[in-house]
Design a protein around this ligand. Structure first.
Ligand code: GAP
Length: 589
């Protein structure tokens, strides 16, 4: 008898998520809706904990970052200015036989022999002059490619078609065929990912608005208001957590690529390097081993960018995602957006592969400049210290400065295939304003996905253990080893026996007392081992059991103490009820 095959890890994670109430398919009773997911009781707690840890780390524990909570639907001009209306699209290709839709850049690269037909005819005399091709993978018989050809012409209305004008050609690394059946795909066409809706009752094109595809743009659009109302000064950041919507061509890998998801984004505004140079005399640029522990006044964008990569890595480490499960991808110049100076993706080793969790981009002044241009409202800041420092430069020093900056901007324009003369003019205008103490801030943007992070912490926490009971029976159990900060339930509270009123009363008292400070779960049903197992599967890091010692039946010394059991090593210790909070809170906050 063959041993049944173990389901792969991702399948087990998905199944646990449903069984224990972490994540469900949206609208499941109606067959679900692709790319949309709901969070059950435990999942909602995990997400809330992630949101809270992010918000606390990114703003409450910092003096230089403030929060924002903006609307999902904003003025459509925002998305024109940001470039989303014109360029926020993915290439889409359809299978000519099954009509299945693919993201063209996600189709697996394949090699083999392409069978091409100029057309087909059938027994009724019907013909088709459409050419069609199919890829034959190595080792497969030519008939399988011809079968796909027949399916194509059948779908064009021919009965038992005979293929015509067959030619063959060897190809390598093509993405032009459906990897599932070898059929030709349509040429890729851009597909805009923004969902749209209509604001107001008339629903004309003039009322068209978009569900935001990222939270970042609201931060740029409100930059001036926040600056004027928060008493912040560059360098400072504005962060936001909220829903984003993208009509992804192929949502996939459970919640990893969804159509509705949450983002946690920071826009950290810094002075351009040229301003730092005028203010500080020189600019600190990144070099291996540079000290990133505390921001310095002479930091240029490279140092700020590296600083945020370090900060974000420390955040992940602090919620249990260590260096063993993280990786980094520094985008190559070809991958970078035209306005970006650098971008690093923080990756997580998901069961389906190492994929992006967060992107940290140095975006220059692109966003605020775009909004300045499109809204007509200045987005510049004024820095009196900068104006004073510039006034101390003599004319020769200013001229040298302007020449150098102009040369640098022109070189960058040339590299990015932009108009060099326009860049020179812009550089001179920029320097003129800089000497008056004015500039449009540059931005470093750490942008993370909350749902991806929830999936990462659930997949990372998933462990299986073989446990042998007193009768020698071995059972495989699931344990979610969440970091206590992220665990949905922090503490299980159990009376040892449910038919002993004094134990139940004391357990309820402990539960009532602690639940105001941490998320507790009261459970009195089943053997104590079962109750521990249930909490292990939910990822609860601590459980306390109220027993006869607690109620003083074994003497005064143990009265008002409980058994505190630790999930990860199963260790148990006696702890005074009055000391429980002091022991647990530092580990979960
Ligand atoms: N403002 C920059 C921005 O939105 P992005 O790389 O498109 O950048 C940032 O998105 C993060 O948002 C990603 O690293 C990912 O964690 C999350 N994200 C993006 N698209 C997503 C999707 N379809 N489903 C789930 N999370 C997504």
């Amino acid at each position: 008898m063959s041993t049944p095959k173990e389901p792969p890890l991702m399948e087990k994670v998905v199944s646990l998520c449903k069984r224990r109430g972490f994540i469900y398919q949206s609208s499941e009773i109606y067959g679900g809706i692709n790319g949309f997911w709901d969070y059950g009781p435990l999942g909602a707690e995990v997400k809330r904990n992630l949101r809270d840890t992010w918000w606390r780390t990114m703003t409450r524990e910092r003096e230089d970052v403030v929060g924002l909570d903006a609307t999902i639907i904003m003025h459509p001009a925002i998305w024109k200015a940001s470039g989303h209306v014109d360029t926020f699209s993915d290439p889409m290709a359809d299978c000519l036989v099954t009509k299945k839709r693919f993201r063209a850049d996600h189709v697996d690269s394949q090699s083999g022999v392409v069978y091409r037909w100029t057309g087909a005819s059938d027994e009724t005399g019907k013909t088709s002059a459409d050419s069609f091709s199919a890829l034959l993978a190595p080792g497969k018989p030519p008939e399988s490619a011809r079968k796909v050809g027949v399916q194509y012409y059948t779908s064009r209305g021919l009965t038992n078609p005979t293929l015509q004008g067959e030619t063959t050609e060897k190809v390598e690394d093509t993405r032009a065929f459906n990897p599932e059946n070898g059929a030709q795909l349509t040429d890729p066409v851009p597909f805009n990912l923004m969902f749209h809706t209509f604001v107001g009752a008339t629903a004309t094109e003039a009322d068209k608005a978009y569900l935001r595809p990222e939270t970042a743009q609201a931060i740029f659009a409100q930059f001036k208001n926040v600056l004027d109302s928060s008493r912040q000064k560059v360098p400072f950041g504005i962060c936001q957590i909220g829903k984003a919507f993208r009509n992804e061509v192929t949502p996939r890998n459970f919640t990893f690529r969804s159509r509705e998801f949450e983002q946690m984004e920071l826009e950290f505004f810094i002075a351009p390097d040229e301003a730092i140079e005028v203010l500080q005399g020189s600019v600190a640029r990144w070099q291996e081993g540079a000290d990133l522990s505390a921001p310095q006044p002479n930091w240029g964008w490279e140092m700020w960018h590296r600083y945020w990569v370090k900060q974000r890595t420390e955040y992940y480490n602090g919620i249990g995602l260590g260096t063993d499960v993280l990786d980094y991808h520094w985008q190559t110049p070809e991958e970078l957006a035209h306005y970006a100076r650098a971008c690093v993706d923080i990756l997580f080793k998901f069961p389906f592969g190492t994929e992006e969790l967060e992107g940290i981009a140095a975006r220059g002044d692109f966003d605020l400049s775009q909004h300045q241009k499109h809204s007509g409202k200045p987005q510049e800041v004024f820095d009196e210290e900068l104006r004073a420092a510039a006034s101390k430069l003599d004319d020769a020093a200013k001229a040298t400065f302007v020449d150098r900056v102009t040369g640098e901007w022109a070189a960058r324009a040339e590299k990015n295939k932009k108009d060099v003369e326009t860049a020179r003019i812009a550089a001179r205008e920029f320097c003129e304003k800089l000497f008056k103490g004015q500039y449009v801030p540059h931005v470093i943007e750490p942008s993370a996905g909350l749902d991806r992070l929830a999936l990462a912490v659930i997949a990372g926490a998933y462990h299986e253990e073989d446990k042998t009971d007193v009768n020698g029976k071995t059972e495989r159990r699931t344990v979610l080893r969440f970091h206590p900060r992220i665990a949905p339930i922090k503490l299980g509270v159990f009376p040892l026996l449910k038919n002993k009123p004094e134990l139940v009363a004391k357990a309820r008292e402990v539960y009532e007392q602690l639940k105001r400070h941490l998320n507790c779960f009261y459970d009195e049903t089943g053997a104590i081992g079962r109750r521990y197992a249930r909490q292990d599967e939910a990822g609860t890091p601590f459980c306390v059991t109220i027993d006869f010692e607690t109620v003083g039946e074994k003497g005064d010394e143990l009265k008002d103490t409980v058994t505190l059991r630790h999930r990860d090593d199963g260790c148990q210790e006696r702890v005074k009820i009055s000391e429980l909070l002091g022991r647990l809170l530092p580990q979960i906050q």
